[in-house]
Design a binder for this molecule. Structure first.
Ligand SMILES: C[S@@+](CC[C@H](N)C(=O)[O-])C[C@H]1O[C@@H](n2cnc3c(N)ncnc32)[C@H](O)[C@@H]1O
Length: 275
């Protein structure tokens, strides 16, 4: 029998994690931002959001603030980026990395933001909605704070697209069943629901692009996929109890023979707020 799905993820409350885990989360976000496949996803999103000098943008669920600082470079010299995140510890870490660009770091809940209506020209919200209690309430808030004609860009994972090749079939199936059982329903399909959520809210000019990330080495995959990362502790959900060593040995063997493959689709969806 598969383990019961949890309704919340560690990213829903980073401040509630043990300090060692929240440090690991920050490192993971930083490493992910450097990964070529995540950079490919972000290039698609930049093209869809089309940031321009002078704009005020919101990065909702901004994590380490890396994207907010990149957006700030695009809207400079007169524009501004608000980097909003639920976690006080992640926000403090983002502030510690501040590079002098025009970013204002704030803590807040994307589902109930302390920002005036129609106050930003555009929104970036990356891999956040799979972690919030109500994606629709959060999208409603993102629309509320965006001026008519402003653009909203949502990026989220479709974890049900996760697949591996090069591992023994039986073991791969057991591991995948275990992993799937630990994703919340929102993690399973958030990416592919984004387009219809924007349609339902009356946005225009909607574009939806699935970016399938391809990982051809275990090292590259481990940055984004905890179930192949040997640094993720055994006591977490990432691998089935008792099978972790066997699974990771197979991952290593597939890497050594050059046959390792993992794929994961991340959706980039944008639309314009009606006037
Ligand atoms: C997977 S991380 C993504 C961070 C960043 N967008 C990136 O792509 O690197 C999810 C982020 O969403 C934040 N978050 C989770 N729930 C939130 C909420 N209700 N309101 C605002 N931020 C939230 C977490 O604290 C975390 O920093």
């Amino acid at each position: 029998m598969e383990p019961a799905q949890k309704e919340r993820t560690p990213f829903a409350d980073i401040d509630g994690l043990p300090a060692s885990m929240s440090a690991m989360v920050l490192d993971a976000l930083t490493e992910m931002g450097r990964h070529t496949e995540i950079r490919r996803v972000r290039r698609v999103a930049f093209d869809m959001l089309r940031p321009r000098p002078g704009q005020r943008l919101l990065d909702a669920g901004s994590g380490s603030g890396d994207v907010a600082r990149r957006l700030a470079a695009e809207v400079s010299p007169t524009g501004e980026v608000i980097a909003l995140d639920h976690s006080a510890s992640i926000t403090a870490a983002a502030v510690a990395r501040h590079d002098g660009s025009n970013v204002r770091y704030v803590t807040g809940d994307v589902g109930a933001m302390d920002l005036p209506s129609d106050s930003v020209d555009g929104v970036w919200c990356e891999r956040v909605l799979q972690h919030v209690d109500s994606a629709d309430r959060s999208i409603g808030e993102l629309i509320r704070v965006t001026r008519p004609g402003g653009r909203i860009c949502l990026i989220d994972t479709d974890w049900s697209s996760l697949g591996f090749d090069g591992m023994p079939a039986g073991l791969g199936e057991v591991v995948m069943a275990h992993v799937r059982g630990h994703f919340t329903p929102k993690q399973h399909d958030m990416g592919r629901t984004l387009r219809r959520r924007l349609v339902a809210n009356g946005l225009s000019g909607i574009t939806a692009t699935p970016v399938t990330c391809v990982f051809t080495t275990p090292e590259s995959a481990a940055v984004v996929l905890p179930m192949v990362n040997p640094r993720v502790p055994e006591e977490t959900w990432a691998t089935p109890p008792g099978l972790r060593d066997e699974w990771l040995a197979c991952v290593d063997a597939a890497g050594a023979s050059g046959t390792f493959l993992a794929v994961l689709t991340i959706w980039v969806v944008a639309g314009t707020v009606p006037g």
